[in-house]
Design a binder for this molecule. Structure first.
Ligand SMILES: *Cc1c(COP(=O)(O)O)cnc(C)c1O
Length: 720
C-alpha cells in the first residue's frame, strides 16, 4: 500500500501539464507552422488547467460526495493554502506588473476584477478560479445531490462556452449578447472559477466512482475519439472565426474524463517532489520568460534564444524546472517538519488502507485453484471481515464476481442499497419479522432446518410468491442445516410450493487441516452430503447448485468444488494463523493495512508511570508516543503491556501500559526523530518490517479472522 502507486500517474502528469502551460505562453512551434502551434497550444494545451482542477476536485472535494455535511475544515484549509500561494505570487509579480504598466490608472473595481477574476498577472487567474470554483461547488453540494450539482456545473460550462470559443454564434443575438457584454464588464473571460472550474472540479471529485468498472481499452478509445472531436471542433471554430477566446470546447470535458481514468489506472510510485515542482513551474515560468529574454539580450543571443520559438520554449522550460526543483527541495524538506514522515496517508487519526491490486491477485489465485464451473461466492459478512463490505463488494463486482454471501439480512440489504448485483446468500438466521427484506432486496435465505423451512414457506404462501433459498445440510458440524440423515425432510423442503430451492450446501468444519483425523472427518462430511444428493435424484428431484468449500476447503480440497466457493479469509490475503501463511507463502497478499497518527511525543523519566492503573513504570529515561488509536477502533486490548508492537519508520515500537479506548502508548526510544503527525503502522508494512493480522492473532491468542472482523466502524477506509 504505502509502496504501491496510488496517484503516481497523476503526479507525473502534473509536470507534463505544467510544460503545456509554458507552451501556451511561449508558442514553441510558431517559427515553424501556425497550425501546428495552434494545435499544440490551443488544443492539446487546453487539457492542462482542467487537469489541475480535476486533481483539486478529487483531493479537496471528494468527501462532499459521502454525505451532505461536507467537511468545511478541509475546504477552508485548501482555500487558505491557495490564497497564500496566490499572495506570494502577487508579490512576486508585482514588480513585473508595475513595469508592464498593469496597474496604471486602475480603479477600485478594476483592481477587484483583477484580483478576483483575471489574476494580477496573466497566468495567475488560476488561483482565484480555484478558490471560487471550490467554494461554489461546496455551496452547491450543501443544497443538492451530486447529480444535480453535476448538471448545474455542466450548465455553467455551456454558458461559459458561449462567452469563449463559441462567442461568434451569439454576439449578434440581441438579449443574449447584452447579457454576455454585461458579464464582460465584471470579468474579462468566462474561463474563470464560475464557468470553467466547477465542471472539472466535479469530474475530479467523482473520478473514483467509475474507476473499477471502466475498462482500459474503453478509456483509450474514448480518449482517442473525444480528442479527435476536440481537434476538429477547435479548427472548425477557428476557421469560422467565431472564437473570442480559446479555452473552452464542448469536447473538452469528455477528453478530460477519459484521460483522468487512464492516469488513475497507472500504478506508479507517488512522487511528491514532482507534485510541488510542477506547481512552481506554473508560478515561475512567466518570470523565467522575462529572465530568458533579458539573458539573451545581455549575451547577444536573441536570434537563437528568442527568435527561434522552440529554443525559446526549451530555455524557459529548463530554467523554470531548475528554479522549481530548488524551491520544492526546500519545501519538501520543510514538509517533513510538519509530520507525515515516510508514509503518505489519510488526514484522519487512524484509518484502514485497502490494496486493490492485492485483492485482485487473491481473486485470481483462488480462481486458478478451482475448475471453471465453480464460481467464487465471496463472504463479505462482518463488513467484509473489517475491510468495508461496500468497498470490497464493489471492487469484486468490477472483477466479475456475481455472487456474495453475508451473515444476515441487514448486511444483504445494505449491499443492495448500494447497487450490488448478483446473488446474495444469507448464511445465517433471519427473524420472521425481517422476511419482507428478503423479497424487497432479492436476497436468498439459508434454510437452517426443517421447521424454519416451514416458516419461510408459510410466509411465501401468504405473500403469493416463491422465496429463493439454499438448503443448509448439517453433515457433521452440528451448527446450522437440516441433519443429513433426514433425507425425507430434506426432500419435503425441496417440494415445498412456496420455496424456490436454488442451492444445497454444507460447511466443512476441519478443512483447515490435512491431519489424518481431519481428513477422515472431511471425507465423512462429503459422503453424507453426496448421499443426500443421490437420494434426491432417486426421488426425481433435480439437484440445485451445490457448494461445500470455504477458504481452507479451496486450499486443501479443491476437488470438492461444486458450483460455488464461499471464500472469506483467503480472499483478504490472510489465513487464520501465521503457520498457515508460511505454508501458503506468496499465494495471497494482505489487502488491509491499519495505520494511526502519532498524536504526541514526550519524555518519560526513570521511575515515572504511563497510562491507566500505573501499569507501566519506566526503568530508564525514555521517549514515548501516544497513537491516536485504541480498542474502540478494533485494536485488541490484550496487546497491552508489551504484548504488541507497532512500526514507525520501519522500526518496532512496543506497546507500553494499557491500551485505552482511543489511545495507545508506545515506546519510541529506539527510533530517532519521531514527531506528531508521523504514521504508525499497526498492521501492514513499513520499510523492511511487516506486522500481519496473523501476528496480532498469535500475540492475543486468537485467529486473524477475529482480529480483522472486529476492526471498528470508526475507522475510515481508503482503497488504492
Ligand atoms: C464465514 C463462512 C464462510 C467463509 O469462511 P472463510 O474460512 O473465511 O473462507 C464460508 N461458509 C460459511 C457457512 C461461513 O459462515
Amino acid at each position: 500500500m504505502q509502496d504501491k502507486g496510488r496517484y503516481g500517474g497523476l503526479d507525473r502528469f502534473r509536470l507534463f501539464a505544467a510544460f503545456l502551460v509554458v507552451a501556451i505562453h511561449t508558442s514553441p512551434l510558431l517559427s515553424y507552422s501556425g497550425d501546428a502551434d495552434f494545435f499544440l497550444t490551443r488544443v492539446l494545451g487546453r487539457i492542462a488547467v482542467p487537469f489541475f482542477f480535476m486533481v483539486t476536485g478529487q483531493f479537496v472535494l471528494s468527501e462532499c460526495l459521502l454525505d451532505k455535511a461536507c467537511p468545511w475544515g478541509r475546504i477552508w484549509q485548501y482555500v487558505k493554502k491557495t490564497a497564500l500561494l496566490y499572495g506570494i505570487s502577487i508579490a512576486l509579480y508585482m514588480p513585473l506588473g508595475i513595469y508592464a504598466g498593469h496597474y496604471k490608472n486602475s480603479s477600485v473595481s478594476g483592481l477587484l476584477r483583477m484580483l478576483v477574476f483575471d489574476g494580477t498577472f496573466y497566468h495567475l487567474w488560476y488561483f482565484p478560479a480555484c478558490i471560487t470554483g471550490v467554494l461554489l461547488v461546496y455551496l452547491m453540494s450543501r443544497f443538492m445531490g451530486k447529480n444535480a450539482v453535476t448538471v448545474m456545473a455542466a450548465g455553467l460550462y455551456i454558458v461559459g462556452l458561449f462567452g469563449d470559443s463559441y462567442f461568434g454564434f451569439i454576439k449578434n443575438v440581441p438579449v443574449i449578447a447584452s447579457f454576455y457584454n454585461t458579464g464582460f464588464k465584471v470579468f474579462s473571460y468566462t474561463r474563470n472559477g464560475f464557468f470553467l472550474a466547477p465542471v472539472f472540479l466535479i469530474l475530479g471529485m467523482r473520478a473514483e466512482e467509475k474507476q473499477s468498472s471502466m475498462k482500459g481499452t474503453i478509456c483509450l478509445l474514448g480518449l482517442f475519439l473525444s480528442f479527435g472531436a476536440m481537434t476538429t471542433e477547435a479548427f472548425w471554430l477557428k476557421n469560422l472565426g467565431v472564437m473570442r477566446h480559446d479555452s473552452m470546447y464542448l469536447a473538452l470535458p469528455f477528453v478530460m474524463f477519459f484521460l483522468y481514468q487512464i492516469l488513475l489506472s497507472w500504478r506508479w510510485m507517488p512522487f511528491r517532489m514532482v507534485r510541488t515542482a510542477s506547481a512552481w513551474v506554473y508560478i515561475l515560468h512567466p518570470a523565467m520568460i522575462v529572465a530568458v529574454r533579458a539573458a539573451a539580450k545581455a549575451l547577444g543571443l536573441e536570434a537563437l534564444l528568442v527568435d527561434n520559438s522552440l529554443v525559446h520554449y526549451l530555455a524557459v522550460v529548463v530554467s523554470s524546472v531548475a528554479a522549481a526543483f530548488v524551491i520544492s527541495l526546500l519545501f519538501c524538506g520543510k514538509g517533513k517538519e510538519h509530520g507525515g514522515r515516510g508514509e503518505k496517508g489519510d488526514s484522519g487519526r487512524a484509518w484502514i488502507e485497502l490494496d486493490r491490486q492485492a485483492l485482485r491477485q487473491n481473486v485470481d489465485a483462488l480462481r486458478k485453484m478451482l475448475p471453471e464451473s465453480c464460481q467464487l461466492m465471496p463472504a463479505v459478512k462482518a463488513d467484509a471481515y473489517g475491510h468495508g463490505a461496500m468497498l470490497i463488494a464493489k471492487e469484486l463486482s468490477g472483477m466479475g464476481v456475481r455472487a456474495f454471501c453475508v451473515a444476515c439480512a441487514k448486511e444483504g440489504a445494505e449491499l443492495r442499497q448500494q447497487g450490488i448485483k448478483g446473488e446474495i446468500l444469507i448464511l445465517g438466521y433471519t427473524h420472521p419479522d425481517q422476511f419482507p427484506l428478503l423479497s424487497r432486496y432479492q436476497l436468498t435465505q439459508t434454510v437452517v432446518d426443517f421447521s424454519y423451512a416451514e416458516l419461510l414457506n408459510n410466509y411465501g404462501k401468504r405473500k403469493h410468491r416463491k422465496i429463493p433459498v439454499h438448503v443448509g445440510i448439517d453433515t457433521g458440524m452440528h451448527r446450522l442445516g437440516e441433519r443429513g440423515e433426514n433425507i425425507d425432510r430434506i426432500c419435503e423442503i425441496c417440494f415445498m410450493k412456496h420455496l424456490a430451492v436454488k442451492g444445497l450446501y454444507t460447511h466443512l468444519c476441519v478443512s483447515d487441516t490435512l491431519e489424518r483425523a481431519g481428513k477422515e472427518y472431511t471425507k465423512f462430511q462429503k459422503n453424507i452430503f453426496y448421499q443426500v444428493i443421490g437420494e434426491m435424484e432417486k426421488r426425481g428431484l433435480e439437484a440445485p447448485k451445490i457448494h461445500l468449500l470455504a477458504s481452507y476447503g479451496v486450499l486443501n480440497y479443491p476437488e470438492l468444488s461444486g458450483d460455488y466457493a464461499r471464500v472469506g479469509i483467503a480472499l483478504y490475503g490472510v489465513l487464520s494463523t501465521r503457520e498457515d501463511m508460511e505454508d501458503w507463502k506468496g499465494l495471497f497478499h494482505p489487502v488491509l493495512s491499519l495505520k494511526a497518527r502519532v498524536a504526541a511525543v514526550k519524555d518519560l523519566y526513570a521511575g515515572e508511570y504511563a497510562g491507566y492503573g500505573m501499569a507501566f513504570q519506566a526503568e530508564r529515561n525514555m521517549k514515548i508516543a501516544a497513537l491516536a488509536i485504541g480498542y474502540a477502533d478494533g485494536l485488541p486490548r490484550s496487546l497491552s503491556g508489551g504484548v504488541g508492537a507497532v512500526l514507525i519508520d520501519g522500526k518496532r515500537a512496543p506497546v507500553i501500559g494499557r491500551i485505552c479506548m482511543d489511545q495507545t502508548l508506545v515506546d519510541v526510544s529506539g527510533i530517532s526523530g519521531v514527531k506528531t503527525g508521523d504514521v504508525a503502522v499497526l498492521i501492514g508494512k513499513s520499510g523492511e518490517e511487516e506486522i500481519s493480522a496473523c501476528d496480532l492473532a498469535e500475540w492475543t491468542g486468537t485467529i486473524s479472522n477475529e482480529i480483522l472482523s472486529r476492526m471498528g466502524g470508526r475507522l475510515r477506509r481508503v482503497i488504492s
